[in-house]
Design a protein around this ligand. Sequence first.
Ligand code: A1D88
Ligand code: NDP
Length: 462
Amino acid sequence: MFPLGVPSRDAIHRRHPVKEILDAIQSPDSTSADFAALPLPESYRAVTVHKDETEMFAGLTTREKDPRKSIHLDEVPVPELGPGEALVAVMASSVNYNSVWTSIFEPVSTFGFLERYGRLSELTKRHDLPYHIIGSDLAGVVLRTGPGVNSWKPGDEVVAHCLSVELESSDGHNDTMLDPEQRIWGFETNFGGLAQIALVKSNQLMPKPDHLSWEEAAAPGLVNSTAYRQLVSRNGAAMKQGDNVLIWGASGGLGSYATQFALAGGANPICVVSSPEKAEICRSMGAEAVIDRNAEGYKFWKDEQTQDPKEWKRFGKRIRELTGGEDIDIVFEHPGRETFGASVYVTRKGGTITTCASTSGYMHQYDNRYLWMSLKRIIGSHFANYREAWEANRLIAKGKIHPTLSKVYSLEDTGQAAYDVHRNLHQGKVGVLCLSPEEGLGVRDQEMRDKHIDAINRFRNI
Ligand SMILES: C/C=C/C(=O)SCCNC(=O)CCNC(=O)[C@H](O)C(C)(C)COP(=O)(O)OP(=O)(O)OC[C@H]1O[C@@H](n2cnc3c(N)ncnc32)[C@H](O)[C@@H]1OP(=O)(O)O
Ligand SMILES: NC(=O)C1=CN([C@@H]2O[C@H](COP(=O)(O)OP(=O)(O)OC[C@H]3O[C@@H](n4cnc5c(N)ncnc54)[C@H](OP(=O)(O)O)[C@@H]3O)[C@@H](O)[C@H]2O)C=CC1
């Protein structure tokens, strides 16, 4: 690994075969054979965290830990390509909250995941390195495929979902998320998407939606697939028409897709956000019931240890006002400790709380009487299997669900991008240009794009 100074993008390209890759991607005449014949570079630029820095934030609060200090841009060697794998030239990626967790080394250092994966086989040893290339989304072009890959070839324009599975055990064969060797690529594996080149398993690949630019196509992947499983899939809450769906962080990464799924599926989203601007975005997506938790001042905790059921009730009354007296069928949970007690309380008899995260703390407290006496269910949900990710991507490709990209950073500024997400300064999704020299490239279906342009741009620059 060679830490970089700040050479310009042009300087890098002049002395690097990466430039040839970019030229091939940008040329309309390039064929699969051209891509297969391109020499692979020996090294590439990648966003990393360093193993010898995992204690750098010791003693600081979560809020004080600054991703700009731990996130680096390094020149790293291209990893060896194994069976069933693909090397992808990454045009764009996006910031997910898992990269925030990696960069602040919470709740655990991700180097522990890489060490454990490295112990599995000779091939997985590649992942156990003193640096972790992070990032769990990409849009780009296949450069090489390993032995046994038949469905994808060099030159294919793709996005990648972030489920990495070995599938050697029977456990994962009904639902690949249940594989004992299930990992999130770029979080629990190395060689992630915030880089010029990424290593993925070929069963992570999906077609890039033609009407989107590289950075737009890279934005939905992780959160869109997660929201799809958590809310729509039978493995999650199996949302149906007419359901009242309480969506926390409804203009954030997960929430901006959950809101779209609720609206597209004929449900009734009750969107919770923390500012008038965010409330306005939800309304512009088509949501009618919006709660500004800041303006309405909910305080579900009296102190660190004690919740305030009166505040749950005030919140529930507000929901009833917005729904004409109805309670919540499905809660789309992810803030965790701060909101979970309220989420369980406001759910209707027989309703579902589906949770995929605990941003504000993972030791939840709730009043179990409201769960068992009212026959409610809590469902744990995590990312999505290949089929669910494919279905979620298909909805993007068909223009039924749209990217919620707000701002785009360069690879050099990924630390700032992660800082924005950590501090909740962003809206929707934050994109990162990797090889792509500018925004707006990669659109192959202008006609379809024109049809959906307002929705595609809804979150831009707000
Ligand atoms: C797509 C995007 C997603 C997101 O953004 S999600 C948000 C980010 N992700 C996170 O915050 C999660 C981070 N991960 C973690 O915090 C930890 O990763 C877990 C808490 C999930 C798991 O903890 P761990 O210690 O890594 O694994 P163990 O499964 O608890 O195994 C530790 C040892 O405990 C043993 N064990 C596990 N279950 C049991 C049991 N039921 N009874 C007895 N022992 C058990 C194991 O075998 C193993 O043992 P041995 O150390 O010897 O190998
Ligand atoms: N298990 C899985 O597969 C996945 C898990 N995750 C996890 O889900 C969490 C959210 O991810 P993502 O949506 O991308 O992140 P974002 O930061 O983009 O959005 C989360 C939103 O939640 C709201 N929020 C944050 N803290 C609180 C709080 N204390 N109380 C109420 N609302 C709060 C904020 O909205 P506002 O301020 O407007 O209310 C914020 O915009 C992260 O912890 C992430 O790691 C994400 C994807 C997949």
